[in-house]
Every structure is written in C-alpha cells, then in structure tokens.
Design a protein around this ligand. Structure first.
Ligand code: NAP
Length: 248
C-alpha cells in the first residue's frame, strides 16, 4: 500500500469537476485523479491531476485500480453513461475498492410543465408527430436513433459533431447548453420549435431549455434514466465530501 490514499473520480459532469477540486482542497494528503473518457476535445483545466481515455472495460478498470493502489472510486459520470457506471460497479468489486456515486437528482415537472416521460430513445423517436419541428437535445451518440425521421425538422445541439451525417434540412449547433433561459427561449422561437426531446439529466447546467419550454408552453419528451447499479450514493459534491471525511 502506498502512503497516500488514492481516489479515482470518473468524470463527465460539471459536478465531478467541482468535487475533484473540492476534494483536493479538503484532503491535501490524498491523491485525487480525475478520469475523462476523452470524447470531448476541449477539456476544462481543473488543476486536478487528470487521465484521459477508456480503461478497457470493467477488467481494465479493475487492473488500473489495483496498479494504482486506489482505495476509493467515485462514479461521477453522467446518469446516462450507464456502461461506465456498471463497469465501475464490477471493477470495484473485483479490486476490493470502496465505490460511491455522485448521483444528481432527476428533474421533475412543475404544474406549468407539459412533459411526457418515455423509457428510452427509440420510444421518444417513435412518438414524435409527423412533420413536426423538434429540438433533439439528446447528445451526439443518441442522435442516430432519430435519423430515420426525415419527416421532421430537427434542431440538434452537441459539443462534437455526430459520427453520421444529419439530414440536410436539419440544423446542427455545435455548442454546450446555453445557461440563460432567454438564450434558450430565443433559440426555440427562432426555429419555431414545437417539442423538445431530452434526457432526464438533472442538475443546473442544461436546465435553461426546460425553463424556456415552460415559458413558451412547449411540450417536452423526457427520456427516463437507464437502470444503474445500487451503490452508496449522494446527490451533491458536498455530500460526497462528507462521506469521504468519514471514510478517510
Ligand atoms: P458510457 O457509454 O457509459 O461509456 C462508454 C465507455 O467510455 C466506457 O466503457 C469507458 O471505456 C469510457 N468511459 C466513460 N466514462 C469514462 C471516464 N469518466 N473515464 C474513462 N473512461 C470512460 O459513456 P458515454 O455515455 O459514452 O459518455 C462518455 C462520457 O461523457 C462519460 O464520462 C460521461 O460522464 C460523459 N457524458 C455523457 C453524457 C450522456 O448523455 N451519455 C452526457 C454528458 C457527459 P472503457 O470500457 O474502455 O473503460
């Protein structure tokens, strides 16, 4: 066992970066490493030691944990990054490492919202009105599920371009979600959007589009989260820090 405790944080969310910085500040005797999948090229500089790229499945992650004598693994990936959450679960068991998940709560509709919940992308794609104008805020990987719906006008937004070309009459915005409700409202109005399709990601960073939908009376198809393993979980970086303080 090395002298310093090693914590590996699986990143991919805003909260993962907050947690990594806070953990470094709160526990200076601990080595914190933040791991990114590497799907986005302009990674933010957190000032926290970082590694980039996949581990090679659960077995590869288990090997990494053993080789780096990691004691705590924190799954702070996006709630829809279920493959990685399951890998973390199996790898932590294999390497006998403590596992916690930073699990931000899902969004819930208010009285002024008009949301329809669907279990997955395929159901969302199948349920869209023929010829309608939709904002597909589903990400780069999942957009492929909608490519057969060329009857739609779709506004799509993602950080990196999709693997497959989009229909010519669709509109692709290469951007992160806007943080202001006004900006999202302008986007929906400009493109005369009649419905938003999005994942129930939770958190504050991509909520503005839902506030804009509420203000404009635009209905939302909300894709429910995939099933994740049952592990020790907390909703905020602060809660995880408290759990770490007990554990360390
Ligand atoms: P995924 O399907 O759950 O994972 C696919 C593979 O990517 C994993 O098997 C793993 O490769 C690698 N990977 C994922 N997260 C990693 C991490 N933090 N560090 C190192 N390798 C990682 O994930 P995804 O949905 O493609 O998402 C990829 C990343 O983007 C995740 O980190 C996630 O937090 C972030 N993200 C995802 C979404 C979303 O909607 N899915 C939204 C925002 C951000 P190996 O098997 O080779 O280890």
């Amino acid at each position: 066992m090395t002298e310093r405790t090693h914590i590996l944080i699986l990143a991919g969310t805003f909260e993962a970066r907050l947690l990594a910085k806070a953990a470094c500040a709160a526990f200076p005797d601990v080595t914190v490493v933040l791991s990114f999948a590497g799907v986005v090229s302009d990674l933010p500089d957190t000032g926290v030691p970082t590694r980039i790229g996949g581990f090679g499945g659960a077995d590869g992650l288990a090997r990494y944990l053993k080789n780096h004598e990691t004691r705590i693994l924190i799954d702070a990936t996006h709630p829809f990054a279920s493959q990685m959450s399951w890998n973390a679960y199996h790898a932590a068991k294999q390497a006998d490492v403590a596992l916690m998940r930073l699990d931000r709560p899902p969004w819930a509709p208010g009285p002024e919202d008009n949301w329809t919940f669907v279990p997955d992308m395929a159901s969302a794609a199948a349920g869209l009105d023929t010829g309608s104008r939709v904002f597909l805020a589903v990400g780069r990987k999942e957009i492929s599920t909608f490519l057969d719906r060329i009857d739609l006008f779709a506004l799509t937004r993602m950080i990196e371009p999709p693997a497959d070309p989009l229909p010519d009459h669709w509109r692709l915005e290469l951007a992160r979600p806007a943080q202001s409700m006004e900006a999202e409202r302008a986007l929906l109005t400009t493109h005369r959007i009649e419905r938003i399709v999005c994942k129930n990601s939770g958190g504050t960073r991509s909520f503005a589009k839902l506030a804009a939908a509420r203000a404009l009376g635009v209905p939302v198809t909300m894709i429910e989260r995939p099933a994740l393993p049952r592990v020790l979980a907390a909703e905020t970086p602060e809660h995880i820090l408290r759990q770490l303080a007990h554990y360390l």
